[in-house]
Design a protein around this ligand. Structure first.
Ligand SMILES: Cc1cc2nc3c(=O)[nH]c(=O)nc-3n(C[C@H](O)[C@H](O)[C@H](O)COP(=O)(O)O)c2cc1C
Length: 373
């Protein structure tokens, strides 16, 4: 089983991650990890901090000569020079943040003590861990992509586009969006909100392809793949809803419009003409692509701050303004890919197990042979 821990604050010296349970014999390319870290920092609408910061990982353990050796993989990401000890204290909680509930829960009077760890800066570590998990998935030809499908109500139209077509469009897009026309309108909306001291949210989609059927299980609630993925995605800061396949829209449709009929061809095996289930039935992969979407709320820190109450004086105040992004939907999508990659890698290890890549591949191939009979 794979597990990980992260430590570190937004303006602390380092972010630290430990990934435990990785099999031996996996080639790990740290440049691929750095590339994912850059993707997390990019995206139209991020704050200028992202331009000065360029995350890179340092591997401290678990890898020798670019190969995993079975022990915990410890990694480090250096933060920029700013130090949290020198940053100002504040006592007016920002609505939409952990500030108020965190201060009450941990009995703190300086809200910076809450902000520093609640910040999404921590997701840099999750992206690094996810990128290593993704390198395991690559050995089994499992790939992930995320793309922005909605910003501030402006919808991208990517109907009928293949995984490869979406991927190539996204890689050329400032907003990770597969629809250029919609992207132009989205960028205009981000600029408008920024000028008005406001922020915008949206929706990203993650597609995972190359999955064998049978990852996850119906036999117990905590083994269901939709449970694992929804939990992981909704743990990302700002995510307020997660849906699979047709998602919320199933509620207004008839059964005959929703369920994906089953076909079989020798050599090809079982297949579907539609994927309304988003690749998951009964808590398991069904062999089709997993398609999930997540709603990202507009950033809470506003240049025109909302009303609040000072937690010390109890007098009405305005929420503190700290440098902030205007839109983080593309970055949230990259984080979504990473946490989903971790969950899928974990489920692959649960199903095919072993302690080395060779052993895991042997088990995987045995299963593929069994289900192709
Ligand atoms: C990549 C990313 C960057 C973020 N940047 C900011 C930011 O600059 N300012 C801000 O107020 N919130 C930002 N957020 C959102 C907050 O971290 C989040 O709203 C807050 O921690 C409260 O958590 P919740 O929204 O999940 O309830 C960001 C979120 C993500 C995913």
């Amino acid at each position: 089983m794979l597990r990980y821990l992260t430590a570190g604050e937004s303006h602390g010296k380092y972010l630290v991650g430990i990934l435990e349970g990785m099999i031996a014999g996996l080639t790990i390319d740290t440049e691929l990890v750095n590339r994912e870290l850059s993707r997390r920092q990019a995206g139209y609408g991020r704050s200028p901090r992202m331009k000065i910061e360029s995350d890179r990982i340092e591997i401290l353990s678990g890898i020798r000569k670019s190969e995993s050796i079975g022990g915990p993989i410890a990694l480090l990401i250096k933060n920029r020079a700013e130090r949290m000890e020198q940053l100002p204290s504040f006592t007016s909680p920002r609505p939409g943040h952990a500030d108020l509930a965190g201060a009450l829960k941990y009995n703190r009077r300086d809200l910076r003590d809450i902000l520093e760890r609640a910040s999404a800066r921590e997701t840099a570590c999750r992206v690094a861990v996810g990128s290593i998990a993704r390198q395991l998935l690559r050995e089994f030809k499992i790939e992930l992509i995320s793309h922005v499908v909605n910003i501030a109500g402006i919808k991208a139209d990517t109907r009928g586009l293949s995984f490869t077509a979406i991927k190539s469009r996204v890689l050329r897009s400032k907003l990770n969006c597969g629809d250029q026309k919609a992207q132009a309108a989205m960028i205009a909306e981000i600029d408008k909100a920024g000028k008005e001291g406001d922020t915008v949210g949206g929706i990203f989609e993650v597609i995972i392809r190359g999955l064998p059927p049978g990852l996850g299980s119906y036999v117990h609630c905590d083994r269901k793949i939709d449970n694992r993925l929804a939990g992981a995605i909704s743990s990302i800061q700002s995510i307020k809803a997660v849906e699979f396949g047709l998602g919320f829209s199933v509620s207004g449709k008839r059964g005959s419009e929703v369920h994906d009929e089953i076909f079989y061809k020798k050599g090809k095996g079982f297949y579907r003409h539609s994927n309304n289930a988003g690749g998951i039935e009964g808590g398991m992969t069904n062999g089709e692509d997993i398609v999930l979407r997540a709603a990202v709320k507009p950033i809470s820190t506003l240049r025109r701050p909302l009303r609040s109450v000072d937690i010390v004086s109890k007098k009405p105040s305005r929420a503190r303004f700290e440098r902030a992004d205007i839109c983080v939907v593309p970055s949230a999508g990259v984080i979504g890919e990473a946490v989903a990659a971790f969950e899928i890698a974990n489920l692959m290890l649960e199903k095919f197990g072993g302690d080395s890549l060779e052993e895991m591949k042997r088990n995987y191939q045995g299963y593929i042979k069994q289900i192709s009979k």
